[in-house]
Design a protein around this ligand. Sequence first.
Ligand SMILES: Nc1ncnc2c1ncn2[C@@H]1O[C@H](COP(=O)(O)OP(=O)(O)OP(=O)(O)O)[C@@H](O)[C@H]1O
Length: 294
Amino acid sequence: MELIIEHVSKKYKGDFYGLRDLSLHIRTGILGLLGPNGAGKSTLMRILSTITEPTSGKITWNGVDIVQQPNAVRAVLGYLPQDFGVYPNLNAVEFLDYLAAVRGLDARIARKRIEELLHLTNLYEARNKPLHGFSGGMRQRVGIAQALLGDPKLLIVDEPTVGLDPEERIRFRNLLAELSGDRIIILSTHIVSDIEATATDIAIVNKGRTITQASPSAILAEAEGKVWEWMMTSEQWVAKRGELLISGTVQSGEGVKVRVIADSQPAPESVPAAPNLEDAYLYYIAASKQVAGA
Ligand SMILES: Nc1ncnc2c1ncn2[C@@H]1O[C@H](COP(=O)(O)OP(=O)(O)OP(=O)(O)O)[C@@H](O)[C@H]1O
């Protein structure tokens, strides 16, 4: 399976760009699409799910152009949009039944599938309760269940963990990991930990452009030698913090232990630290801003 995005741009009214010459090559597995707010992630998700069309560029699903033949991708697509809403007075079974009917799925096959999905998403016990009583995490799991109704080969989930508490976020992450297999999953997020344990491939985007696409280990390797830690006094911290690209801080009685991203040693007492994905993400975003500003 292959989804190839080549030089795609999306221009909105008034000269606003959602995407600028973005290219990605996506294969079976989980692609973590990382980028700050406004990077263009939702624009890309909407284009891939054929809700909107690119202004220029080409996208093919297994060799078929998805703009010229949108049905080729619609037939294999499951989509959980960022603003997924439910009918609050329906229960989970009724809601999924309704969506299956709208999509023209055979009623008997749909019943069986819905039962499987309610188990998979851990909603079976709550299946007869009205959706208005569901937590944010439960609603997102209903969202994933509806995206999986047609057993999609291309599953797109846009910022699925926004508004979830840490426990729900971990549960949702584990669910996505269970769903990987013989399909492409694209998970868009601005939260690095959402994809840290699950992504087989990572794309970082900013201002509508691809900054990098690589395996998690290659992304980490790029930040090797750029992460530093040291202890600062509170006075040094107040004086210096505006000048540093800070990835983390830990307060203690002695002062502030800082974790900083820098190309060369930022202070005589700083020592190198092993990068994590959050460090690497900050490094890439900062480097892309320097290039753009140069
Ligand atoms: N309908 C629209 N009209 C004009 N500009 C738009 C429209 N939709 C998005 N944009 C702009 O396109 C850019 C990318 O937005 P997009 O929503 O795709 O980003 P995102 O990475 O999904 O961010 P977020 O997580 O905040 O939704 C932003 O600058 C946004 O303001």
